[in-house]
Design a protein around this ligand. Structure first.
Ligand code: G
Ligand code: G
Ligand code: MN
Ligand code: NA
Length: 255
């Protein structure tokens, strides 16, 4: 099937959906969520991003898709703020593709969309990858600094799997490192993976960065992370990604 042609119509035909995966603290309270795009296709059903993000990156459609994601996220947030949000809910994070992030007009377009945001306490965060930072340090850091001045915070996604340079951690406006789920899933069985988690936790701590452990699937993994003073968790053990309406019910139901 033609992903590229279908994606073209997906925005216009209202086939894109915002799903959200909770991020919880050590008391299992939802303190944030990651925005995950889904495509409700009339014949194919719910198409996960793995099947279309790379196509969209190659075709250039990723810009339009992620502009839709930010717009839809802001609309949701504005609605929730009217309906009521628990004060423990502090952050919504959005994945930004490197191809999109490096577009010359990326900042301008994001700022245009961010104007629609009503004032509120929830932080909007962009998740970016290490390889983006390594290969385009100067441009990436300019983009990040400008967006930070307009209230956006940044997390590094899949941390530990890319070409890392510890130097950029101190030179960029970063708030959060998300430890890649491959380390979390090996911790129990592999001392070297557990050691990498230790190093990330210690480094983040010293640099004043928060850490989110991704892909937590078991109680044993949570315990190993808690022993290392991990404060924030995301993974199937706590909750799978949910359609935004179910997520909101979960969020307001927890108080
Ligand atoms: O939700 P799921 O596990 O199927 O997501 C698979 C991958 O798709 C994840 O790596 C996630 O970061 C990515 N993804 C989901 N939504 C977006 C998006 O809006 N933009 C980009 N670039 N990636 C996304
Ligand atoms: O690459 P990124 O970190 O954006 O990936 C987010 C994706 O990870 C989501 O699509 C989500 O479905 C998936 N995910 C979230 N929690 C878990 C988990 O506990 N186990 C596994 N295998 N995947 C997860
Ligand atoms: Mn992510
Ligand atoms: Na990740």
């Amino acid at each position: 099937w033609e992903i590229e042609a279908g994606l073209h119509r997906a925005v216009a035909l209202n086939q894109l959906q915002i799903w959200l995966q909770p991020q919880v603290n050590s008391q299992h309270k939802i303190t944030g969520a990651e925005v995950l795009l889904r495509w409700q296709h009339p014949q194919k059903g719910l198409v996960p991003p793995m099947e279309f993000i790379s196509v969209a990156e190659e075709s250039g459609q990723i810009n339009a898709l992620e502009e839709w994601v930010l717009t839809a996220t802001i609309e949701l947030l504005n609605t929730w703020q009217k309906q009521g949000l628990p004060s423990s809910f502090k952050r919504l994070s959005i994945n930004i593709s490197p191809a999109h992030f490096m577009q010359a007009d990326f900042v301008e377009r994001m700022l245009q969309i961010l104007k629609k945001r009503h004032p509120g306490a929830v932080q909007i965060e962009f998740e970016i990858t290490e390889s983006l930072l390594i290969h385009n340090f100067i441009n990436a850091s300019k983009t990040m600094n400008t967006l930070q001045e307009h209230g956006i915070s940044f997390a590094i996604d899949d941390f530990g799997t890319g070409y890392s340079s510890l130097r950029y951690l101190t030179q960029l406006p970063l708030d959060i490192l998300k430890i890649d789920r491959s380390f979390i899933q090996q911790m129990e069985h592999s001392e070297s993976d557990a050691a990498i988690v230790d190093v990330i936790m210690t480094t983040a701590n010293k640099l004043g960065l928060a850490v989110i452990a991704e892909g937590v699937e078991t109680h044993a993994q949570e315990q190993l992370l808690a022993e290392r003073d991990c404060q924030l968790y995301q993974g199937f053990y706590f909750s799978k990604p949910q359609f935004h309406e179910q997520f909101y019910q979960l969020l307001i139901g927890q108080d």
